[in-house]
Design a protein around this ligand. Structure first.
Ligand SMILES: *Cc1c(COP(=O)(O)O)cnc(C)c1O
Length: 419
């Protein structure tokens, strides 16, 4: 049991190296991804993975928690200090189980939840039909206005007054604009609903002061730790007041989960320490500046951006005017070393598996130290690939080969953290 990975399992070791090379050589524009620091990566791969610790610090169901209790307590205290909340639970395995815990804490099966519809930028776990949250609860949905691409708070209020949800989600996976937490809070109060702010995408921007905070507005805050927050894959549930602390804790364990992933908890603690630095504030600001620069470049090149631009790290593009579908565009861009994902756009006439748009984000490229000049270059490459793809296949092949070489040259000047 003491052999190195490359001697015990050269097949997997080689694949990990190949993925490392791929991540180094490509421009990561997937809005939900980032690069963790070397320190976070190091904490993830430790003996903490050997330990079971069902329960919470001081109240465990297994012995031997002398060290684990300290690690989890540090993580919790750092989350509370960074976000300014009274309660934090760092045990949810990921964002989806964290959200399910909110249902478990506040709803009975069949009761009504209101969330943003998936095609408008909401998350599956906000009550979408194929998700357990849409099957086991009664989902009602809000969207964005077709003319503005933005959430219409009057419409949200109307639906809430009509449907009387017990739980309202704000936030999502493809929302390029600032979320109006105070307005959602007012509506939730008016109808007597619990407001859950799902800041999975923007947690790093909130922590770094580059997006308004839901603290003081939302009853519960849910977040992943691996998107703009730049931690390991995991999640947290937070609450402004102590009122809901016991219900949330009970929903996570024993409601939904067994033992927490202690190696992840330690890495979350490290990421939260990093996120509390001035350097991280600069990072969060730069993420937003980069997204704005990329959006401006794309707009100047005739691209159609949902809502006309961005306030955060994320850009949602409708490729219909360019005469290309989102999926072939994302595939061509990936071949050129520009990693994105195809995405539905609001009121998309095409199918979810072959939608009209692509989604871009600047969290990853900003972690590599790229700035506004590189965003303009990336915007130009996206335009060149998509334009060639709309024209003809041979032309597209030539452009992809050229752009791929240029992407490699650029990425070689911006080493990826942790790699
Ligand atoms: C990513 C995301 C989630 C789910 O996180 P997983 O870790 O993928 O389960 C939940 N809500 C929102 C808004 C997200 O963006």
């Amino acid at each position: 049991m003491s052999g190195s990975l490359s001697s015990v399992d050269p097949q997997i070791a080689d694949l990990i190296r190949a993925e490392e090379r791929r991540q180094t050589d490509t421009v990561k524009l997937i809005a939900s991804e980032n690069y963790v620091s070397k320190a976070v990566l190091e904490a993830t791969g430790t003996v903490l993975t050997n330990k079971y610790s069902e329960g919470y610090p001081g109240k465990r169901y297994y012995e031997g928690q002398q060290v684990i209790d300290q690690i989890e307590t540090v993580a919790v205290e750092r989350a509370k200090a960074l976000f300014g909340v009274n309660h934090a639970n760092v045990q949810p395995y990921s964002g989806s189980p964290a959200n399910l815990a909110i249902y478990m804490a506040f709803l009975q099966p069949g009761e009504t939840v209101m969330g943003m519809g998936l095609p408008f930028g909401g998350h599956l776990t906000h009550g979408w039909s194929v998700s357990a949250t849409g099957k086991w609860f009664n989902p009602v949905r809000y969207g964005v206005r077709q003319d503005t691409g933005r959430v219409d708070m009057d419409e949200v209020r109307e639906i809430a007054l009509r449907e009387r949800p017990k739980l309202i989600f704000c936030g999502g996976t493809a929302i390029p604009r600032t979320i109006d937490f105070p307005a959602f809070a007012e509506i939730a109060r008016e109808v007597g609903a619990v407001l859950a702010a799902d800041i999975a995408h923007i947690a790093g921007l909130v922590a770094g002061g580059a997006h308004p905070s839901p603290v003081g507005h939302a009853d519960v805050i849910s977040t992943t730790t691996h998107k703009t927050l730049r931690g390991p894959r995991g999640a947290m549930l937070m609450a402004t007041s102590d009122e809901h602390a016991a219900a949330l804790n009970k929903a996570v364990f024993p409601g939904l989960q067994g033992g927490p992933h202690n190696h992840t908890t330690a890495a979350i603690a490290v990421a939260l320490k990093e996120a509390a630095t001035d350097g991280f504030k600069d990072y969060a600001r730069q993420v937003v500046m980069n997204a704005r620069a990329l959006a401006e470049e794309l707009l100047a090149r005739g691209f159609d951006l949902v809502s006309g631009g961005t306030d955060n790290h994320l850009i949602l593009m409708d490729l219909t005017p360019k005469g290309v579908g989102g999926k072939p565009a994302a595939q061509a861009l990936d071949k050129a070393g520009l990693e994105t994902n195809y995405n539905t756009v609001p009121f998309d006439p095409r199918k979810p598996f072959d939608p009209s748009g692509i989604r871009l984000g600047t969290a990853g490229v900003t972690s590599r130290g790229m700035g506004v000049a590189e965003m303009r270059q990336i915007g130009a490459w996206i335009d060149q690939v998509v334009t060639a793809l709309a024209k003809d296949e041979d032309e597209a092949k030539r452009v992809i080969v050229r752009v791929h070489a240029e992407v490699r040259e650029l990425t070689s000047h911006f080493p990826a953290p942790g790699l």
